[in-house]
Design a protein around this ligand. Structure first.
Ligand SMILES: Nc1nc2c(ncn2[C@@H]2O[C@H](COP(=O)(O)OP(=O)(O)O)[C@@H](O)[C@H]2O)c(=O)[nH]1
Ligand SMILES: [Mg+2]
Length: 433
């Protein structure tokens, strides 16, 4: 018996429409009491009068029959006129007729418990809802539609087969090599280690897709780093003066360019200084360079100073000549911009985008965006590596490690996830999802 649950699934507040949902045994009967022209068949959106007790609304109603619904249970959705009072009043009416208020993510949790979706699909849905750009939506969709669990299931299947063969070989030691050879075992292990490593390696891309690219703007004092940040994001975010050492702390601002979030980080210019605060700022600049995905090394006139040579040769660095409105660029291979007039600032964004796109965002394969998945993959990868090492000596003891690897993989899709993990995932959802 599935308890009847209900929730408002759209954001609370003024808007064109609001949706109230119900799921569980008996929700169709509840809806029929409220909606006279109940749809003739599942999946049909029907216009009619909805009686919420205290008021009526002209609304749309659609229902789904178990198991062919999002949750896998009987479900009803009302599409109401927007606004706080209507949605809340209809919710109250549903509760009065025997539903209870759904917990966060409870509709999706039921879908999971009823076998409609697995945990990585659920996390794909969450990534799509939380997405701040198109690339994050695309990747969430890949997870939702099973690109990740397909890979994980394949690996788990291979390990299951391997375990079975190893066990047979151990049960009949005298015929050992007829069942499986050491080479065969190691081939499978190497394949699984490789695949988990590839997924782990994709996590950098995943972070960029989800959280954006960190772009540190560095260079000598007064070359126009803060002015460039302002020009790039389109408003006066940072203080700009002609006094050296104006920027003493790092400061960041985000900007969505096409489908990528750019997180620009303005830094203090590197120079010898007795100012304690500025010295700390310079220390932070160096850390920003270290952590950044891209470094914009800004200079104006003359050559790039000696202390920047190392940053210049870093493959993640793009050199930018600023103040093109008043100075001539000595290096024709370097992009000239003017933070003051805006000249070539759009080209600079395109240049950053191309650099990122080349080796990061453009991926047809699913990439890992989730810290939980990274943890599971890392544990699987570690266990399998230990198994591979030990397989050099004997097959006797490696079954345990392979099982651990198999188990860690299953946590991603949920086949081996603990109740705790499952609860924590659904807690992050909104009510009504
Ligand atoms: N002519 C011109 N002046 C600029 C340009 N960018 C910055 N400046 C000036 O250079 C000085 C230092 O700029 P600021 O952005 O504070 O440099 P930072 O120390 O590198 O952050 C200020 O007086 C700015 O107005 C530019 O593209 N053209
Ligand atoms: Mg500055």
């Amino acid at each position: 018996m599935n308890e009847k649950i209900t929730a408002i699934s759209t954001p609370i507040g003024r808007g064109a429409i609001s949706i109230v949902r119900m799921s569980g045994d008996g929700v169709i009967e509840v809806a029929k009491e409220m909606f006279a022209r109940f749809p003739a068949q599942p999946g049909l959106l029907q216009l009619g009068k909805l009686d919420a007790g205290e008021f009526c609304d002209q609304a749309m109603c659609v229902y789904f029959k178990a198991p062919k619904s999002y949750t896998g249970e009987d479900m009803v959705e009302f599409q109401l006129h927007g606004g706080y009072a209507i949605a809340n009043g209809v919710l109250k009416a549903c509760i009065q007729k025997g539903c209870r208020l759904a917990e966060n993510g409870e509709f999706t949790k039921r879908a999971y418990l009823n076998g409609k979706i697995n945990l990585s699909n659920v996390e794909g849905i969450m990534d799509m809802i939380d997405a701040e750009n198109v690339a994050a939506v695309e990747n969430g969709y890949k997870m939702l539609s099973g690109k990740l669990d397909g890979k994980i299931n394949l690996l788990q299947d291979k390990l299951t087969d391997l375990l079975a063969q190893i066990e047979v070989a151990l049960d009949y030691p005298e015929e050992d090599l007829e069942f499986i050879t050491k080479d065969q075992v190691q081939d499978v292990l190497r394949f699984a280690i490789d695949e988990t490593q590839k997924l782990l390696d994709s996590a950098t891309k995943g972070r960029i897709i989800k959280n954006g690219v960190d772009i540190a703007i560095v260079g000598k004092t007064n070359v126009g780093k803060s002015s460039l940040l302002n020009a790039l994001v389109g408003f006066d975010r940072a203080i700009v003066t002609n006094i050296e050492g104006t920027t003493r702390d790092t400061l960041s601002e985000s900007y969505i360019y096409k489908d990528v979030k750019f997180n620009f980080i303005d830094t203090a210019g590197l120079r010898q200084t007795d100012d304690v605060v500025e010295s700390i700022g310079i220390e932070r600049s160096l850390q920003a360079v270290e952590k950044a995905d891209i470094v914009l090394l800004v200079f104006d006139g003359g050559n790039i100073p000696e202390e920047y040579k190392e940053i210049k040769s870093n493959p993640k660095t793009i050199c930018v000549f600023n103040k093109a409105d008043v100075m001539t660029n000595p290096d024709k291979d370097v992009l000239s911009v003017s933070a003051k007039t805006g000249e070539n600032v759009e080209q600079l964004k395109a240049c950053v985008y191309d650099k990122i796109r080349q080796d990061n965002v453009s991926s047809t394969d699913v990439v890992i965006t989730n810290a939980r998945h990274i943890d599971c993959l890392q544990r699987a990868n570690d266990s399998l590596k230990t198994a591979l090492q030990n397989s050099e000596i004997t097959l006797d003891c490696i079954a345990l490690e392979i099982k651990e690897g198999w188990q860690a993989l299953g946590e991603i899709t949920g086949t081996t996830a603990s109740e705790d993990v499952v609860t924590r995932i659904f807690e992050k959802f909104c009510v009504g999802k």
